[in-house]
Design a protein around this ligand. Structure first.
Ligand SMILES: Nc1ncnc2c1ncn2[C@@H]1O[C@H](COP(=O)(O)OP(=O)(O)OP(=O)(O)O)[C@@H](O)[C@H]1O
Length: 493
């Protein structure tokens, strides 16, 4: 039987048993009797034998209620000296802290080796992944990266075959009168280009991973198919990735317009801001966009993923005013070290932080995947994206930084100033209009200086997504209130 040792010198012991706080107190006459005070203020006196039995009961109860783990721990630690037991405890504790610390190597491993295969099985059963080329009609080309070409397209209804449509001369998206829910985006991975196949595999992997972990942050991923080589529309075979069409324009498209940010007002806030001073409106629109970007980054960073290509062209604006991340070809998952070293051509130098790689430069380059995963909790890899988010904030708030040429000049100046925005402000010849950032006690400016900066060490330096959301810039949530109001109005109509 388990027994609780109360040394003869002990004056009292407090224990919790059956939801009662028991205070056991030996009497002055040593072991002859003891007093038991219950938390319901009852008080009992026991003789020595009863007292001993009571201690035994309490000890047994404690051991039983403290889960099987205690039992196992006892078995494991049986035969160990006190010193060895302490070493065992400290080592176990540190391992646990390491595995569960951000970005969460343990949960990452569970996701990669358990949940991913499970999702694959379920998707196969439900037919979600059984896409084939004849399910789609491919439309206009929307973009071309180093490893893929992106097209608009339409997902055909189940009973319609693209070959039949082609024979009838109706195999163009414009001829299909597609409902918006059937519109898709297709990315064809280039064939015969070194690294392209790997890029396609990574992008597929990250999209499935995010559809499990943070689906609201990115475009809805429908799956992939491999085209045969015979069909003219899908020349040369190769892998295709398919997403739901999320919106006509990216943030970059909106920013090219002279009316930015007013051109986003109705999609983000409906008519809620009518009557508000125009500079305040602009500031609120920009704040809402930044809030959404950083909230999404916090979510993906919590899953251990760093996007590494955050820029206006990779942020799609949905018709409900949501900002969604696309293009995960350069992303990395630090919990399992996936795609740790991206192809450098995938990184956009205009939005890249000075440290370039996600781990600090001191890390021997390039560490193999498991080592990258092992090191990741010790670093702050997410800060890579926060720099890019800071550049997006600057471009939105300062009109003269929006063109690619101006951004390049800005980056040259910033480099000369050692990535110190305060120095840049005195140094620049770009005559920036800082009105939006300087409004509301310069909170926007302060946030920008804490994002567009050197990475720093041990979280002293650039702000993480979670810390940025706690910055005073976001505390006065006028933008959030307006967004909620506008949604309420929409729902009422
Ligand atoms: N889910 C989506 N919904 C709407 N539009 C999308 C979606 N995905 C991609 N696009 C459009 O396709 C364009 C190219 O997509 P993406 O950035 O993923 O491809 P890419 O091959 O990396 O091209 P690039 O190198 O030009 O960025 C985007 O800029 C956007 O306009």
């Amino acid at each position: 039987m388990a027994s609780l040792l109360l040394p003869p010198t002990a004056t009292s012991s407090t224990l919790k048993h059956n939801n009662q706080i028991l205070k056991l107190k030996p009497n002055n006459n040593a072991h002859a009797t003891c007093n038991v005070f219950l938390s319901n203020s009852n008080h009992y006196r026991f003789n020595s034998a009863k007292c001993h039995a009571l201690f035994d009961d309490v000890a047994k109860g404690l051991l039983e209620s403290s889960s099987v783990g205690v039992d196992q721990f006892q078995r494991v630690t049986e035969g160990l000296s006190d010193m060895q037991r302490w070493v065992f405890l400290v080592f176990g504790g540190l391992t646990w802290i390491y595995l569960t610390a951000r970005p969460g190597v343990l949960v990452g491993a569970i996701d990669a080796y358990l949940l991913a295969p499970l999702q694959l099985g379920l998707d196969n059963l439900s037919g979600r992944r059984n896409l084939k080329r004849s399910d789609f009609v491919v439309g206009d080309k929307l973009g071309e990266g180093s490893f893929g070409v992106v097209y608009s397209g339409v997902l055909l209804p189940k009973n319609v075959d693209v070959d039949v449509l082609q024979k009838r001369g109706r195999a163009k998206t414009t001829q299909l009168d597609a409902k918006s829910k059937d519109k898709v985006i297709l990315k064809k991975v280039k064939v015969g280009i070194q690294g392209a196949e790997e890029f396609g595999d990574y992008e597929e992997w990250f999209n499935y991973r995010l559809s499990r972990a943070a689906p609201e942050t990115c475009a809805d991923f429908l799956g992939t198919f491999v085209a045969d080589q015979t069909n003219s529309q899908f020349t040369k075979g190769g892998k295709w990735l398919v997403w739901k069409f999320e919106g006509d324009r990216t943030l970059a498209d909106y920013m090219k317009d002279r009316n930015f940010p007013s051109n986003l007002e109705s999609v983000m806030f409906g008519r809620v801001l009518q009557g508000v001073d125009s500079s305040k409106r602009n500031a609120l629109i920009i704040k809402q966009i930044m809030r959404q970007i950083i909230t999404s980054l916090r979510k993906i960073h919590d899953t251990g993923i760093v996007h590494r290509d955050v820029k206006p062209a990779n942020l799609v604006v949905t018709k409900r005013g949501q900002i969604k991340l696309i293009d995960f070809g350069a992303a990395t998952d630090l919990r399992i070290g996936k795609n740790y070293v991206p192809n450098r051509t995938l990184l956009d130098p205009d939005y890249c932080p000075p440290e370039l790689y996600v781990l600090p430069e001191e890390t021997p380059s390039p560490p193999p995947e498991p080592i990258a995963a092992f090191l990741s909790p010790l670093n702050s890899p997410d800060l890579f994206d926060m720099y890019s988010a800071g550049i997006v904030l600057l471009q939105m708030a300062i009109p003269s930084l929006r063109s690619p040429a101006a951004l390049k000049n800005f980056n040259l100046e910033l480099k000369t100033c050692g990535y110190d925005m305060k120095k840049w402000r005195d140094y620049t010849r770009l005559r920036p209009d800082l009105q939006i950032l300087d409004s509301e006690s310069s909170r926007g400016w302060d946030l920008a200086t804490k994002l567009v900066s050197e990475r720093g060490s041990l979280r002293r330096g650039r702000l993480s997504a979670a810390a940025a959301l706690r910055h005073p810039y976001f505390l006065l949530g006028g933008d959030q209130a307006a967004a909620v109001l506008s949604k309420l109005n929409l729902n009422r109509k």
